[in-house]
Design a protein. Structure first.
Length: 56
């Protein structure tokens, strides 16, 4: 793993942490609230690839 990949993993880890602080969105059709943290997980997997996305 080179420095560039390490920086990207750390960046997406911090992005997911920040998105987890945003209050969840409550929908009336489901009892489970939706958070933006799942968006960060999908972005990390899509932009970094499967291996680095899993590390972040």
């Amino acid at each position: 793993m080179n420095t560039k990949n390490l920086v990207f993993v750390a960046l997406f880890s911090s992005i997911m942490g920040v998105l987890g602080l945003i209050p969840p969105i409550a929908l009336s059709i489901t009892p489970v609230p939706i958070t933006l943290q799942s968006l960060g997980v999908m972005l990390a997997g899509g932009l970094l690839g499967s291996r680095l996305g899993a590390l972040s």
